[in-house]
Design a protein around this ligand. Structure first.
Ligand SMILES: [Zn+2]
Length: 198
């Protein structure tokens, strides 16, 4: 049995296997200024959270295949018909019908630019990105929204042309499988496990 909790879906039901919580020993908290008097105990708690992607699952499944999926409202009576959304929106925010999924990999390769950016020297808990983290907001031609992601190679600038890269080797199936580099970056300089779209 795995030491980590794992989940599969069968007959439309979650099937968890493995351990979803681990017993770790508690330790006493003592007061060094008062003859090490007992003040309390620590209570380590490690748990596995089951995060369902729902209708967005196809977006995350496509990243390791080098595909960037957006969505578009095609409802004939919608005032926002043909509006394209990246990040991926399952439903149209105006008419609430289900959006059509659109592959915008080639639009991203040929039109993505940095709208604005933020360089963070420090991070929160559980960060796995290399610091400083270069967060970038990306504009695409014909897309109504702006995508938040991170630049792996290059220095961010307003209006800079960037190209998507995808973690095709050992993907995490999270948004970290998508990153960006300055246009013209040689393929051999990409971070480990990342490739350009085919
Ligand atoms: Zn709509």
């Amino acid at each position: 049995m795995s030491i980590f909790g794992q989940v599969t879906v069968q007959n439309n039901k979650y099937k968890p296997t493995g351990n979803f919580h681990h017993i770790s020993p508690n330790t006493p908290i003592r007061n060094a200024d008062d003859n090490w008097r007992l003040m309390g105990v620590t209570k380590p708690r490690a748990m596995t959270y089951i995060h369902a992607y729902g209708g967005e699952a196809i977006f995350f499944a496509s990243l390791p295949q080098g595909k960037l999926l957006a969505s578009r409202c095609e409802h004939s009576d919608c005032a926002s018909k043909n509006t394209m959304y990246m990040p991926f929106r399952i439903h149209c925010p105006d008419c609430l019908t289900k959006n059509k999924i659109v592959d915008i990999t080639s639009i991203a390769k040929t039109t993505a630019t940095i709208h604005t950016f933020m360089v963070c020297e420090r991070s929160g808990a559980f960060n796995v990105l290399k610091k400083p983290i270069k967060f970038i907001n990306i504009e695409f031609s014909g897309v109504a929204t702006i995508l938040m992601s991170y630049l792996s190679i290059g220095e961010p600038e307003f209006g800079l042309r960037v190209v998507p890269i995808f973690k095709s080797v050992n993907p995490t199936y999270t948004i970290l499988d998508l990153s960006w580099v300055v246009k013209g970056t040689p393929a051999q300089e990409l971070p480990e496990g990342f490739t350009y779209a085919k």
